[in-house]
Design a protein. Structure first.
Length: 111
């Protein structure tokens, strides 16, 4: 649950801020209405507004880290065998009733 909550927090706060940083460096300053140099909080406000309106692209950004965690955990469960002894160990080989060892031999007259 901690991993799920962390991934959700990452998708709701950190990823939009990283989008702002990359967009600010590559595309130029973020404009919000009449403010040509709006900061990251203006982008977060627009992001949460888009989430409240149900826009799919905003929800993909918000739930992207959660989806990555779910897919990674599912792949891990499929690849790595179960822990905790779910599978039974192989049965021991049958033991001879007598303690004496029986050695094979070939009679000289049969050669």
């Amino acid at each position: 649950m901690i991993i799920f909550g962390s991934a959700l927090l990452l998708g709701l706060v950190v990823v939009p801020l990283l989008i702002w940083v990359v967009g600010n460096r590559i595309l130029g300053p973020y404009t919000h209405g009449t403010n040509p140099h709006a900061g990251p909080m203006a982008l977060l406000g627009d992001f949460y507004e888009g989430l409240s309106k149900g826009w799919l692209s905003y929800w993909i950004v918000a739930l992207g880290p959660v989806a990555i965690v779910v897919v990674a955990r599912a792949a891990w469960e499929l690849i790595v065998p179960k822990r905790g002894g779910v599978s039974k160990p192989p049965p021991p080989p049958p033991q001879n009733k007598s303690k004496a060892r029986i050695e094979p031999f070939v009679a000289k007259d049969r050669l």
